[in-house]
Design a protein around this ligand. Structure first.
Ligand code: AMP
Length: 213
């Protein structure tokens, strides 16, 4: 089964996807991570993507859709797409080459988002997400999985975050109705303790996957 995770920046999509892929043997594709890798390339494309991400803008649809299609063509397991689609055009493109079974929508309030912004730490090497209260690394400042250095992401400055929140309202939020009308949207209340939502998601995924077998 294939899933799309939708939610405002800092909704926790990546963190929950990271957990669920391990429990249910799925593949997580975060287009943000994919593009951050591209942004490290020493090329004109790398520079352009870096600049776009740091400003909080969206990378052009054609480029990200092409990169994603190529990645998906090599995968044989169920997939969680985190960060794509970001607008109706991308959703329509995705439909043309990939079947989505469920869209999981996380709906944090602004105060939940602010709390996450200040407490999130990301591994600069493997991209894993930690939190100074909810997901504490074994050694402060060091990734549990690869010993990479944990840091606050570069695009976590106030202007870039505001732009990403505005872009969500202007473009991504229209996806909620798009998928609701298709009958595949499932909303999860995101304004509660991390462990509680994590368990709800686990139960939801377990029921879905068991019923399918
Ligand atoms: P994220 O980690 O999902 O918050 O993504 C970080 C940044 O990568 C975004 O602010 C965009 O600049 C870019 N990005 C990620 N996914 C997409 C997408 N589907 N379309 C366009 N740009 C994207």
């Amino acid at each position: 089964m294939n899933f799309v995770f939708i939610g405002k920046p800092f909704a926790g999509k990546g963190t929950y996807a990271q957990y669920l892929k391990e429990v249910f043997d799925l593949v997580q594709i975060s287009t943000g991570d994919v593009l951050r890798e591209v942004s490290e390339l020493d090329s004109e494309l790398g520079k352009q993507v870096k600049d776009t991400i740091n400003k909080g803008d969206l990378v052009n649809d054609e480029l990200i859709s092409k990169i994603l299609q190529e990645k998906l063509s090599k995968i044989t397991k169920g997939v969680i797409l985190d960060g794509y689609p970001r607008n109706i055009e991308q959703a329509k493109t995705l439909e043309s080459f990939f079947k989505i079974d469920y869209v999981i929508y996380f709906n944090p309030l602004n105060k939940t988002i602010i709390d996450r912004i200040t407490k999130r730490r990301t591994c600069s090497n493997c991209g894993r997400i930690f939190h100074t209260v909810n997901i504490i690394p074994r050694v402060q400042g060091i990734c549990d999985y690869c010993n990479g250095k944990l840091s606050i992401r570069k695009d976590n400055n106030i202007e870039a975050i505001q732009k990403r929140l505005d872009l969500f309202d202007q473009k991504t939020s229209s996806l909620i109705n798009f998928y609701r009308e298709k009958g595949i949207l499932k909303t999860f209340d995101d304004n509660r303790p991390f462990l509680e939502l994590k368990e709800d998601l686990r139960i939801f995924f377990e029921n879905l996957i068991n019923n399918k077998q």
